[in-house]
Design a protein around this ligand. Structure first.
Ligand code: ATP
Ligand code: MG
Length: 460
């Protein structure tokens, strides 16, 4: 125990010496009466963690997004804690604790559904030959598993407003980077030299857009300027991380505004190159209208507390590229069904290289796409079969969007809406084959299917 403590003190000591070289600024303290964060806004479990750490003799702060959101009077998504206790010390303080992470050890404290993340202060700089900080040749930080002081922890965060600490000891807010002033001005400012900070982690460009939209903050001109030139750096980011970021960008209820802003900075092109190409080369309004409708629809759903499915939105993003590709294949002689299947594979293979969309998601996207052609088949048993498809609901919602965007006749969408509402007798009338198509409708396959259904006395 003493050995561990000594070891930890040694690291902190070394780290704080390095820190003094780097910044001379001390934290500004905003006392309880100078800010609007009250304990009643803080999750009980987060408070328990803070108090327990304090009782065990450690420093404990709320930090990051939760402090930023509390200052805005908003309910934070989650509560993160920063402390001078090492992960092992945290683990010893809590029974319901698990240490996670290879890149940087973090403690997760479990309270039923809620997890409070506790991170040990991180150092900004490692001793040169310690081997603990690894920088890629393009300036990207690959590994930085070095503990540090609260000051260092503050300076290595991304935006000033994300670098505020709520101290459980006296309920003050500690600010090393000028975050309180920026917060009051509603400005998003990167800490340090923006180009260096983007080079270290290009995802910060996406985070700038995400927070600007979510908080309604403006991006400081110095933070904004380099983005236009650095977008390409995002190509070096692992596809799995970009997928996670994409979800946060588009699924949190501000998708439409986020899309517009990403387009403005040419960041959308990096995330969805095929979709962006369609937007660039469109000779009519449809793709843009379609994307906008899809995003609006999903933002509305979030606002109403309904779930939004990533596959639906991604299917919408890539619908126009899919159609162009399928058309190209049909022009070169493939039949429609194969053309759509091959086009779907091609589009998805390209997209997963940029954003690693998991297989279950691409599978559902493919289903939503491939079911679209089946909506035009309205006679006989086919509508019933489509109706009982597990992905019918999503495919139908997709059809409604297409109708709203003018990609398909509104009459078709209306027919399907009605078909779901009317009683069996009416459904039967609706699906009665037109007289002249009756003969044509009796293909070998549908005939076979029909006789089976007759036996079980379903429809007919
Ligand atoms: P959200 O409300 O979306 O969770 P957040 O600010 O909490 O916003 P997180 O991704 O949860 O965002 O990160 C928590 C904190 O960790 C941030 O507030 C910031 O201080 C720090 N952080 C996260 N990502 C980075 C990064 N790429 N570079 C530097 N600091 C980061
Ligand atoms: Mg967070």
């Amino acid at each position: 125990m003493t050995a561990i403590l000594n070891f930890f003190k040694k690291i902190l000591g070394a780290a704080s010496q390095t820190q003094q070289k780097k910044t001379s600024r001390v934290g500004k303290i905003y006392s309880r009466s100078e800010h609007n964060i009250s304990r009643s806004q803080i999750s009980e479990n987060a408070l328990k963690v803070l108090y327990r750490l304090k009782k065990a003799g450690f420093d404990a702060y709320l930090v990051g997004g939760c402090v930023r959101d509390l200052l805005l009077g908003r309910e934070p998504k989650d509560f993160d804690v920063a402390t001078n206790a090492s992960p092992e010390q945290v683990k010893r303080t809590f029974r319901n604790c698990r240490l996670i992470g290879r890149r940087f050890r973090l403690a997760h404290i479990y309270f039923g559904q809620e997890i409070i993340e506790v991170a040990t202060f991180r150092g900004g700089e490692a001793e040169e030959d310690s081997g603990q900080q690894v920088v890629h040749e393009d300036g990207r930080l690959l590994r930085d598993n070095v503990f540090g002081t609260i000051e260092q922890d503050a300076w290595r965060r991304d935006f000033t407003v994300n670098s505020l600490y709520y101290n459980i000891r006296d309920f003050s807010v500690v600010d090393y980077t000028g975050g309180m002033e920026d917060h009051a001005k509603a400005v998003l400012k990167l800490i340090g030299d923006p180009v260096t900070r983007y080079r270290e982690d290009p995802v910060r460009m996406l985070r700038a857009v995400r927070f600007a939209v979510k908080l309604g903050f403006s991006i400081d001109p110095e933070t904004e300027k380099p983005i236009y030139e650095l977008t390409e750096l995002l190509r070096g980011i692992p596809a799995a991380r970009l997928f996670d970021e994409t979800l946060k960008l588009f699924m949190s209820g501000y998708g439409l505004q986020t899309f517009e802003m990403l387009r403005h900075y040419n960041l959308f092109a990096v995330l969805f190159p095929d979709s962006d190409k369609c937007l660039e080369t469109e000779d009519h309004d449809f793709p843009r209208v379609f994307l906008v409708k899809a995003l609006q629809n999903s933002d509305n759903r979030v606002a109403e507390g309904k779930t939004v499915m990533p596959y639906f939105l991604f299917a919408a993003f890539l619908w126009e590229p899919l159609q162009l590709e399928a058309k190209r294949l049909m022009d070169s002689g493939e039949n429609e069904a194969f053309a759509y299947q091959h086009a779907a594979s091609g589009i998805l293979n390209r997209q997963v290289k940029v954003t690693a969309i998991p297989k279950r998601v691409t599978q559902s996207m493919r289903e939503v796409w491939l079911l679209q052609s089946r909506f035009t088949k309205r006679s006989g048993v086919r509508p019933y079969r489509l109706l009982s498809h597990p992905r019918f609901r999503a495919a139908y919602d997709f059809l409604l969007l297409r109708a709203q965007a003018g990609d398909v006749d509104a009459e078709l969408a209306d027919w399907w809406s009605r078909f779901q509402q009317v009683d069996e007798a009416e459904q039967k009338k609706m699906t009665r084959p037109a007289k002249n198509s009756r003969h044509k409708g009796r293909s070998r396959r549908s005939g076979k299917f029909r006789s089976k259904k007759t036996k079980s006395n379903t429809h007919e």
